[in-house]
Design a protein around this ligand. Structure first.
Ligand code: SAH
Length: 344
């Protein structure tokens, strides 16, 4: 059955009209779902039981099942969720000085095949619905269950390629962004893509102020293609063109994620290629020390080892930081909790 949390306010209004109710009921229910966060019908006072029982036949109000939960010393919490059909996905809560951020999964598995990534070792089984993405946030918010512990930021950087599930991801964004619901500000929402050009082109035409992050990992075509097969059909020249066009249309800064893979993409030549690539782009480069994935051959790297590369970028006036690591004492690297549970 479909989840009630996959409807945006407009869908809910249309639904109420379709069952012979007034449109304003939608806002009332939206408030119960996302502001009061109640799914116990007895507590819903301004909608009649008759109407509620009709809704209950069409939609489920269930949250996700927390299958596993790991809490790190730094406050990071990693959740393994079970979906209605038994599939598993992960989400991570990270605590920053500016607020709580949740990293959301967009698919069950991933087909992009990036060599260094744990998620992609398990092929995509299916896309997540908008409701399943909303529920990752709501289930965590309910688990924290204190209003001062509000989730204020969202990154779509979990398992899956969001632009391979474009429509559901955008619907999800509209639901969590709605000021009558969770009201997570568009500027606090970031979608990360491995660089699907069609997706970037569509994204440039959305009328939302959401952020775009690109997983770059190499600015040398041959190397990027060997690390990320997606580069074969979405090469760096076309990628740069699409990003420039996105910036021209939205006037927003783009984040580049660059995993530091020891002995692979961290040389002076790699840094120079990166500098050249981001030239002329309003860019922010985030260097990510590689998180060891047990059965992959890449080596983990310390912050100190990332420093020379960082320094070269800095000297070329690139806007760059080395990403803070979260939950290094738990299975924090992308997709690791799930891949441990599933046999290949
Ligand atoms: N498919 C999207 C979003 C998911 S990956 C994308 O590619 O952007 C989110 C980020 O985590 C990407 O930058 C990805 O390259 C990075 N990542 C994957 N595996 C990692 C690992 N083992 N250590 C550090 N970062 C990793």
């Amino acid at each position: 059955m479909k989840s009630i949390y996959g409807l945006d306010l407009k869908d809910l209004e249309e639904y109420f009209i379709s069952i012979g109710e007034k449109k304003f009921r939608a806002k009332q229910l939206f408030d119960w779902l996302f502001v009061k966060r109640i799914n116990d019908f007895d507590k819903i006072t301004n909608i009649s039981n008759d109407v509620l029982s009709v809704i209950n036949k069409d939609y489920t109000f269930d949250l996700l099942t927390i299958k596993d939960k790991q809490v790190s010393n730094d406050g990071t919490i990693k959740y393994l969720f079970e979906l209605e059909d038994g599939n598993l996905v992960e989400s991570v809560l990270m605590r920053y000085s500016y607020g709580n951020s949740v990293c959301v999964s967009s698919q069950v598995g991933c087909n992009m095949g990036c060599q260094f990534c744990a998620s992609g070792q398990l092929k995509k089984k299916r896309d997540l619905s908008a409701g399943e993405m909303v529920l990752q946030i709501l289930t965590i918010q309910n688990d924290l269950d204190q209003d001062e512990d509000r989730i204020s930021h969202v990154v779509v950087m979990g398992i899956g390629e969001p632009f391979d599930n474009y429509d559901n991801v955008m619907k999800f964004v509209r639901i969590i962004n709605n000021p009558f619901g969770l009201a997570i500000g568009a500027r606090h929402i970031t979608i990360s893509t491995c660089g699907l050009i069609d997706g970037i082109n569509k994204y440039a035409n959305e009328d939302l102020q959401i952020n775009l992050a690109i997983s770059l990992h190499s600015a040398i075509d041959k190397k990027r293609s060997s690390l990320m097969p997606v580069n074969k059909s979405n090469d760096l020249t076309s990628l740069k063109r699409a990003i420039k066009d996105y910036i021209k249309k939205t006037n927003r800064r783009v984040t580049f994620e660059y995993i530091m893979l020891k002995g692979v993409n961290t040389s002076k030549e790699d840094a120079e290629a990166l500098i050249k690539f981001v030239r002329g782009i309003n860019a922010y480069v985030n260097l990510i020390p590689y998180n060891d994935v047990s059965n992959l051959e890449f080596e983990s790297i310390s912050r100190d080892e990332c420093f020379p590369f960082y320094q070269i970028l800095k000297e070329a006036n690139v806007n760059v930081t080395i990403r803070r690591e979260f939950g290094s004492d738990i299975d924090a690297a992308c997709g690791q909790l799930r891949s441990k549970r599933i046999k290949r």
